[in-house]
Design a protein around this ligand. Sequence first.
Ligand SMILES: [Zn+2]
Ligand SMILES: [Zn+2]
Length: 146
Amino acid sequence: MNYEIRRIENILKQKNYKITNGRKEIIKLFVKNRNNHYKPEKIYDLVKSYNISFPTVYRTIEILKKSGIIKETIIDRDRYYELQMFSKKSLHLHLKCMECGMVSDYIDTKSILYLLDQKDKIEKQHEMVLNNIYTTFYGICRDCRR
Ligand SMILES: [Zn+2]
Ligand SMILES: [Zn+2]
């Protein structure tokens, strides 16, 4: 894990971005919790004790996204971020709990291949270039059903 954090820091340094303590903490957060999907507000909550402002959190997210380190998913107009680098999952589907808002991954090769197939069809039929596919299933998670 430390190796991964160092790799990410090196990538940012090469792009001439400063690695502040706050930024380090955000990188650590994504690497340590690679299955989590964070909203910017949540990230701010978790790192604000490192003297980092909300605009800085936002700017760091943008930098990490542009560098291909994290990935953005939009669910219900909210933006969620998760680790993309070092992660074997590429395109995947999301599950969202309507009670607690928890977002998790649903990874199924068959569904992905089906979606990619649809993507090709849609691009041809509608003469549109598709950049992204966001698919979310909604329900109530196990914890909330207890
Ligand atoms: Zn829940
Ligand atoms: Zn995900």
